[in-house]
Ligand binder design. Sequence first.
Ligand SMILES: C[S@@+](CC[C@H](N)C(=O)[O-])C[C@H]1O[C@@H](n2cnc3c(N)ncnc32)[C@H](O)[C@@H]1O
Length: 381
Amino acid sequence: MQIPSGNPSDPISIMYPGHNSSKMCNPDTTHRIYFEKSHEMKQLEDESVDLVVTSPPYPMISMWDDLFTSMSPEIGLQLNTENGWIAFDMMHTELDKTWGELYRVMRNGGLVCINVGDATRKVGNEFALYSSHSRITELMLQHGFHALTGILWRKPTNSPNKFMGSGMLPAGAYITLEHEHILVFRKGGKRVFATEKERENRRKSSYFWEERNRWFSDIWQDLKGASQILDPEGPRKRSAAFPIELPFRLINMFSVKGDTVLDPFLGTGTTSVAALMSQRCSIGYEMDEKLSGIIHERITNSGSISNAYLMDRVLKHREFVSNQQELGKQFKYHNDHLGVPVKERSEQYIELNLVKKVSPIEPGRHYTTIYEPVKPLPGRR
Ligand SMILES: C[S@@+](CC[C@H](N)C(=O)[O-])C[C@H]1O[C@@H](n2cnc3c(N)ncnc32)[C@H](O)[C@@H]1O
């Protein structure tokens, strides 16, 4: 990995039409975490967030029963008396407090990506599918968001499918549930990049052609789940984390450098790390303060991970270029910043910056990051 000496990249300064400069993420990036419920995000001004990437606790997945019951004891009572559908409704009522608040804090044109899994569960004598993705879609539409095409995330697995039901005897077996959803919503119409400065920053935030082809597919099958194992002595036995690549892709698909990314169900801080890696600012809300140590560790260790990851992106692109060139394909353009041939005009402007330093301002709660440019890879034009 080549990390040049030299100055950190110029401060990012992005203006939004109709928004004042106090809402800019400037300079470099800042990362804030609030240990409270996201039902009311009182630290956030109206229309101050560009993108939400999140994964809530999944209703009717038993690992979250206690958490939902802590929010509303009636949920536990309904589960104990085998009223699965009432419990399911009440769990969504809790999550919905956050969805409503998101509408207030999102800018017009901003996107919300929600990763959620449906649940299959036997309550009393009834085995049923509890479809959280359709319930959340319904609720988000009621708040005024528009639904866009989402992604079906089917995790590759090494273990054989766990079939349920009557084995090979017809009519009584169940289809295995091995996918999750990434729902995508927008507040208002398409985002406008009104000034030349904004458009330039947007160009610098582009991604490679071959990444576009994978990322904008409606099925992701190439993304493994994250390891769920946490320190057995720690606050939680399973992390319920998504893999870093999931928020990283969504952040790079749906925001530009310097934007503010919010995760209202932050967990172990994966979205904050992905935002930091992508030169975006982040805000996270997490009700479980015991996770602050894990979040601190992840954010402070993110510099070297981030730099290795970005350089790997460039190396993978190089590999793609050589494979294509071997097949006789031509590359019309060149990205001088990264020192690589590219296929499309917009890829010429991609600018990747390495993390120079992550500084805790208040450990577990507030960090700043400065960046420096990637040195172009040596080799032919
Ligand atoms: C599925 S986990 C998120 C995991 C996260 N994506 C990660 O990679 O670590 C959901 C998290 O939301 C938190 N949570 C649940 N309800 C909340 C609320 N109303 N406000 C803030 N955090 C909440 C839980 O404590 C849990 O850590």
